[in-house]
Design a protein around this ligand. Structure first.
Ligand code: AMP
Length: 447
């Protein structure tokens, strides 16, 4: 066996090789098209932000902040974190750039890498990519439904079928504190059945117990009181209205009364979108254990959501802005791509070249550089092997690339100011003046 090279990529981080790029391209292009249609503008925020932005925004009791952040001290002494999610950075930008003064709602989308120090496994990386949509300044449940619809549409455009949307409401400052008490009263006598983290969470952040991945905690969760039974009137009305919008838009949803999502800032609506495969797996799992990894031979398969999001009406203020209602969601690009591959869904097409340039000898090689640039300006995509000398090797390469024409530039042609155009399927060759070659190719390629 050959020895491993000295340097390897960091654990949980991947190279996106050229063969995978068309999938990323396809996802990003689809997102941009759909998001722009719905009036979203692109924003890009820094990959690193103030550590405190996430401690406050994402929440200091969350797994992300407690266990998963890549943090650093800069040489100047600033405490920064590599972004583990997009929302706090976008809210920071909304506040910092006074976007409240723009006509509301402000609709933004972004995409790029995120970093979480997680236990690496299939579908879970330490550097991964998301596409993310956020809407500021709208409190209507219609916008929550629209965000769900947009992600549903994006997945449909990528050829996903049988998508399932899980929705829940996690209430607001009015009703959640009371529900928390009810939940703690339920959890307290069951401490021995919970993992060590959840025993602590019962005291510090009881809702987090509901999204613990430990199987024993899942069992306790299965009988826990449900927040939907404890919503205040405003949250109840909002949730009812959301479901009506989803019904009206023919979006297939399930209520998951224990869906709380791993972040602290959500108010009212939370949701996740799964693909068919994930749902089948879920149905195979025992009830109440739907978030647990499946057993026997399927240890790499989890019920992984493709999209997750919700409303966060207090976050803009919490991060130093005004009282601005907001809602948003993000999709995991690697998870989408892995399912696209598994299901044979198409990636973006990479347009191949229709022309190949073969050159023979020093002088033709030198002339080739200029000719290639002329063809680029004329938008004729052309392949070449400038490093090669033998005509046979170059024609074999042209054959492999399946081009329609090969240009052959030899010593004699350079001296005569000509070039040969070879039609690859018939082997027919024509000599043309070098200054005419662009026009001639354009004419032939148009046919
Ligand atoms: P979250 O920001 O945790 O709500 O995640 C939103 C989506 O991002 C999930 O539904 C996944 O598709 C994806 N995702 C989250 N964490 C990871 C990870 N560590 N590796 C790959 N994808 C992830």
């Amino acid at each position: 066996m050959s020895k491993k090279p000295k340097f390897q990529r960091p654990t949980g981080m991947r190279d996106i090789l050229p063969s995978e790029q068309p999938y990323f391209e396809k996802v990003y292009r689809t997102v941009a098209e759909v998001a722009q249609f719905y009036g979203f503008d692109r924003i890009d925020t820094p990959i690193a932000e103030d550590l405190e932005l996430y401690e406050r925004g994402t929440g200091s009791g969350t797994d992300i902040v407690e266990k998963q952040m890549y943090t650093m001290k800069t040489r100047g002494g600033d405490a920064l974190a590599l972004r583990p999610e997009f929302t706090p950075g976008i809210v920071r930008a909304y506040n910092e750039h006074g976007m409240l003064n723009l006509p509301q709602p402000v609709k933004l989308y972004t995409l790029g890498p995120l970093f979480r120090y997680e236990h690496p496994q299939a579908g879970r990386y330490r550097q991964f990519h998301q596409v993310d949509l956020e809407v500021f300044g709208e409190e209507s449940a219609a916008i929550d439904a629209q965000i769900i619809q947009i992600f549903y549409t994006i997945l449909k455009e990528l050829k996903f079928t049988h998508l399932i949307i899980e929705v829940n409401s996690i209430g607001d400052a009015q009703c959640r504190p009371y529900y928390k008490k009810v939940l703690v009263n339920y959890l307290r006598p069951r401490q021995n059945s919970l993992c060590a983290d959840c025993r602590r969470r019962t005291r510090e952040n009881p809702l987090r117990v509901l999204d613990c991945k430990e199987e024993k905690c899942q069992r306790v969760k299965a009988q826990a009181p449900q927040i939907l039974d404890h919503l205040c009137e405003a949250c109840k009305t909002h949730f009812k209205s959301l479901l009506e919008f989803l019904d009206e838009a023919d979006l297939p949803y399930h209520l998951d009364p224990y869906l709380v999502r791993g972040l602290d800032y959500y108010t009212k609506t939370v949701f996740e979108i799964f693909s068919e495969t994930a749902v089948q797996l879920r149905e195979a799992a025992p009830r109440g254990a739907s978030l647990a990894p499946l057993e026997r031979g399927e240890e790499t398969v989890q019920r992984n959501a493709l999209v997750g999001g919700g409303r966060y009406d207090n976050l803009v203020r919490l991060l130093g802005g005004k009282d601005v209602p907001a809602t948003g969601a993000a999709a995991g690009v690697e998870r989408i791509i892995s399912l696209m591959k598994e299901k044979g869904f198409p990636a973006a097409e990479v347009p191949g070249s229709k022309v190949f340039l073969a050159q023979l000898g020093d002088l033709p090689k030198k002339k080739s550089l200029k000719l290639l640039e002329e063809l680029r300006i004329a938008k004729i995509s052309i392949a070449e092997s400038l490093g090669r000398d033998s005509l046979r090797t170059q024609l074999a390469r042209a054959d492999k690339l399946n081009v329609q024409y090969t240009l052959i530039l030899g010593q004699r042609e350079v001296l005569d100011g000509t070039i040969i155009i070879r039609k690859m399927d018939t082997g027919e060759q024509q000599i043309v003046k070098i200054e005419k070659v662009v026009d001639e190719l354009k004419k032939r390629l148009k046919k």
